[in-house]
Structure formats: structure tokens, C-alpha cells
Design a protein around this ligand. Sequence first.
Ligand code: NDP
Length: 271
Amino acid sequence: MIQIDLTGQVAVVTGGSSGIGLAAAELFLNAGASVAICGRDSERLARAEAALRERHPQAPLLAARCDVLNAADVDAFAQQVQTRFGRADMLVNNAGQGRVSTFADTTDEAWREELDLKYFSIIRPTRAFLPMLRDAAGSAGSGNASIVCVNSLLALQPEPHMVATSSARAGVQNLIRSLAVELAPQRIRVNSILIGIVESGQWRRRFETQAQPGQSWEDWTGELARKKNIPLGRFGRPEEAAQALFYLATNLSSYTTGSHIDVSGGNARHV
Ligand code: NDP
């Protein structure tokens, strides 16, 4: 088994209070990294922090309230990381959620909100953490500096019932590629994961409103996986997406940039 020791390195995970982000925070802690997570809902954040502390009592962990769409919040979060840990080696741009709407029912305001969320959830944290990532990549740093963005298979395979999300996801994938080329000379790698359907907070919330009375989570997700023709026949688990994030964030992928890993259970139709 390959083991990687991240002692002394700092991983920052936006939206680390639930789902994929929380699973990623756990992996970084397991590998000895210091971890900073953020989210908007203070109670959810406190629950996530308590759960992580229960399993990692001595862990260097920072949980900060921050809305990635608020520039002042993001700058304050970066400042907190600088003050607490003095560095950032890996940034995981994960915060966000999808929007279910067709072209017919997406208003101008909804389009703007969706484009704002998908773009600025990457642009703002990247800008705020870049100075620390540059230091990490420099000669006195760890030599590993990376950004990994959680993106969706919708970037390459749009779904008409998620028209705005699909379109924004495609644009963001293009942005990630540009960032990778611009930051490569500074030895900062930039990659993404393209996920299909992963069990997480947003799907739990949909289950609560959409499942038939008495229908179990397993039945509901199994039925959806069949309807969506997912070859592996099930939703992904947050830790499966997190493992791909971990690979791209760490030196395990030291010669990979501007690339992505598909975590869709085989749902991608292209070669
Ligand atoms: P969860 O709802 O479980 O987690 C989302 C996390 O992001 C929470 O910690 C949430 O906390 C945080 N968050 C959301 N908006 C903001 C914001 N503006 N600022 C700061 N934090 C925010 O969902 P997932 O784990 O599934 O989602 C992770 C990422 O994966 C998202 O970007 C999502 O769009 C993407 N994705 C997920 C898919 C899936 O099937 N699960 C499919 C395709 C993409 P809080 O609400 O308290 O702010």
C-alpha cells in the first residue's frame, strides 16, 4: 500500500463541513496534514469539526465560517489560515451545489446566480490562497502546491434538466485548464475531478422531499442509479470522490496538471 506523509503540509477545503469536502478533510488528517475547512452554516460547521476532532483529537484543524461568494469572507478565511498555520500547500475548491432547471424555467437572475457560484467559488479562494501556494511551491516550501476543483461530468455531458449548472460546469473546466497553464511555471498544479452522482448532503435533502413514503435511501438511490443507467449501478460515496481529490492534491500526482479524474461510476459516454 502506498503511504503518504503530509505532516507539516496544510490542506484547505472549501465546503468541508459536509459530503465530499468533509470526507476529503478526513483523508488529509489521516495523512498527518493540518486542515482548514469552511462553510456558511455555523451549526453544520461545528458538527463537522466535532466529528473530525472525535477521531483526530490532537489534529491541527481550523473550521471557519466563510461564504466563498463573499470576497471579504474568503480573504478573512485565508488570513485565519495564515495566522494559524502560516502556510497552505493544497487548496480544494469544493464548496457549492447544483441547480435543477431547464432552459424554459431558468430566469436571468438564476443564470447569474449559477454562473456566479460556479466561477467565483473557484476564482475567489484561488486568488486569496495563491500567495501561500506560491510560497509552498518555492524552494523553502514542501515542493507540493496544488489546487483541485470539484467539478461535474455535466461539464462534458450536459443534462437539459440542469441547463445552467451544465453550462457553468463546462466554462469552469475551461478556466481550470487556463489556470493550470498559467500556474505551471510557478510549480502549482491545477486539476479537477468530474463526478457523477455522489451520496451527500444535497442528495439526502432531495431524498427527504422526493422519496415515496416509506421508501428507503437504498431503494431510492438504487432506482435512480438504474434510471440514469450508471454502469456501476449505484451512487458514489463521498470518500470515493475524496480519494481522487487526495491523489490530485498530493505529490502522488506530481506530473499531472490541467487534467481530471472521472468519478462517475462509468456514466461518461465519451471515449
Ligand atoms: P454537500 O451539500 O454535502 O456539501 C456542500 C458543502 O459546500 C457544504 O459544506 C456546504 O456548507 C458548502 N457550501 C455550499 N455553498 C457554499 C458557499 N457559498 N460558501 C461556502 N461553503 C459552501 O454536497 P456535496 O459534497 O455533494 O458537494 C460538494 C461539491 O460537489 C459541490 O460543489 C457540488 O456542487 C459538487 N457536485 C456534487 C455532486 C453530487 O452528486 N453530490 C454532483 C456534481 C457536483 P454550507 O451549506 O453550510 O455552506
